[in-house]
Design a protein around this ligand. Structure first.
Ligand code: FEO
Length: 161
């Protein structure tokens, strides 16, 4: 049987993932507003993935016969100084998400909850990919700072996600 402490922590992370989805969707609308439709498309895809993460946690809680609690989701930011600032924010955010999953893993270990520990490994691997994919865009946008025309090509590439 899953412990109340683990249920609470997984519920928090599930709600955080719903926030993540809204954060990326807000970033998408920012990009549409400045006519970078490719970047907006990339962010919409990411928002969809984040909803998937939330539902994965939902599914695990459901399978363990735990109480699922949907809480209030804070409003995400709506403005950024530049396209680079958006992706830098996203990268910082993903690093925080990685820390959150590391903390969940530590908690599952302490509680000797091997089922949750096993379940969380998917997220541990996913976070490696999440950080890398956002950082790759940050690096490209940094290069584009010296060649503004390059932004057009980056946007086209992001639209192919
Ligand atoms: Fe679900 Fe990008 O963390």
């Amino acid at each position: 049987m899953i412990s109340d402490k683990m249920v609470k922590a997984l519920n928090v992370q599930m709600n955080n993932e719903f926030y993540n989805s809204r954060l990326y969707l807000s970033m998408a609308t920012f990009f549409y507003d400045i006519n970078l439709d490719g970047a907006a498309h990339w962010m919409e895809k990411q928002a969809g993935e984040e909803t998937g993460h939330a539902m994965k946690l939902y599914g695990h809680l459901k399978e363990r016969n735990a109480r699922i609690l949907l809480t209030e989701v804070p409003a995400p930011p709506t403005k950024w100084a530049s396209p680079l600032a958006v992706f830098e924010d996203a990268y910082k955010h993903e690093c925080d998400v990685t820390k959150a999953f590391d903390a969940l893993v530590a908690q599952a270990q302490t509680l000797k909850d091997n089922a949750t520990l096993n379940f969380l490994q998917w997220f541990v691997n996913e976070q490696v990919e999440e950080e890398a994919s956002v950082d790759a865009v940050v690096q490209k946008l940094k290069m584009a700072e010296k060649a503004p025309g390059a932004l057009f090509f980056i946007d086209r590439m992001l639209g192919e996600r």
